[in-house]
Design a protein around this ligand. Structure first.
Ligand code: PHE
Length: 350
């Protein structure tokens, strides 16, 4: 008597009809028709049966296999029809979403803009000086004479133009170089405007330093000057205190230490009270409670004269600060090279 497999056929039919996607359908195909599936299992029993029962048993199994095959094919066609009949612009709401990438400014650009914004609110205008400068603007105009030892403090990249051992710019006395500080922009800013003026000059500067965690051959500075008839050192102090409290917090204190720059007299280096430990002493301020952030002073008469201002009528103050250093302090970054490697894992944190 042939064996009745109809309950298996019915069970398979029910399961196949309930399926909603191709992957689940394939799972059922393997379950019933796969090499180790239900049908194969029954097939394996054939050799154990008495010889006269084998034929009927085998043909019943073939029927079962065909029935399941028909169900699978019908379901496959049904699933394909659903996808192909999807209207244009159909959105599969079951797909995981793609997060849009948000653009952002480089951390150095953010800090430079913040510095400039604060000074803009204090009444300063922005001026852009060139990165390729004349030796005159970088040195002589700023009271750093040729052969003077103070020139060594500003190690410099000189530029040699093709076929021209010593290049000259109109109105300059000497070679071209990559500016080693933003101070030459002081001269160009004064030449471009009549006093009284208050100007800030952000930009790149270059020095042939070997690269390490705190040095790079290119970095950024923001320079500032204010020139008026009766401007005094106390005005410089007031402006810098206002700046530092905006930038580092209202509780920030400033410390002015006597220093030397050829282009300012008197000169000072300015420390801020450590904004991390509030002066208690930590690793950022090297246990001193103070962090050096800028150089400044009253503009040397020689510099005013280079800018075309009469030093008998006008007085000014000047200051300059490093953007990388301030960004490193603000964000707790311990290696300057991170700014220039363009590693998205770093940049995406700001
Ligand atoms: N140019 C100086 C430097 O690069 C900074 C400075 C600017 C100091 C203006 C005083 C006045 O170190």
């Amino acid at each position: 008597m042939p064996i009745d497999y109809s309950h298996i056929a019915d069970e398979a039919k029910l399961q196949i009809e309930a399926v909603a996607d191709k992957a689940a359908l394939e799972e059922l195909r393997i379950k019933y028709l796969g090499r180790k599936g239900v049908v194969a299992e029954f097939m394996a029993r054939i050799p154990t049966l008495p010889a006269d029962e084998r034929k009927a048993y085998g043909s019943g199994l073939n029927d079962l296999k065909n029935k399941i095959g028909v169900c699978l094919a019908a379901k496959e066609a049904q699933l394909a029809a659903i996808v192909s009949s999807a209207p244009d612009g159909y959105i599969d709401v079951t797909l995981p979403g793609k997060k849009p990438l948000l653009g952002r400014f480089h951390p150095l650009t953010q800090v430079e803009s913040e510095i400039c914004d604060i000074f803009r609110r204090l009444g300063f205008k922005i001026f852009d000086g060139p990165e390729v400068e004349t030796e005159y603007h970088n040195f002589e105009a700023l009271n750093i004479p040729l052969e003077h030892p103070s020139r060594d403090a500003f190690d410099t990249f000189y530029i040699k133009l093709a076929g021209e051992p010593v290049s000259r710019l109109a109105g300059s006395t000497g070679k071209l170089l990559l500016r080693s500080h933003t101070s030459p922009a002081q001269i160009r800013a004064m030449k471009a405007a009549k006093p009284p003026v208050a100007i800030i000059m952000p930009g790149r500067v270059y020095r042939p330093d070997s690269v390490d965690a705190s040095h790079c051959f290119m970095f950024h500075q923001v320079e500032g000057i204010a020139v008026d008839a009766k401007i005094r050192f106390s005005d410089l102090k007031g402006i810098l205190i206002a700046f530092a409290q905006e930038m580092f917090g209202q509780k920030t204190k400033l410390r002015f230490r006597p220093s030397f720059f050829p282009f300012t007299e008197p000169s000072a280096e300015v420390d801020i009270s450590c904004f991390l430990c509030r002066g208690q002493g930590c690793s950022v301020c090297k246990k001193s409670g103070w962090i050096e952030v800028l150089g400044c002073g009253m503009m040397h008469p020689h510099v005013l004269k280079s800018g075309g201002y009469d030093p008998k009528k006008w007085r000014g103050f000047a200051f300059g600060m490093g953007v990388e250093r301030i960004a490193m302090l603000k964000f707790g970054i311990n290696d300057i090279r991170l700014f220039f490697e363009n590693d998205l894992r770093f940049l995406e944190q700001f």
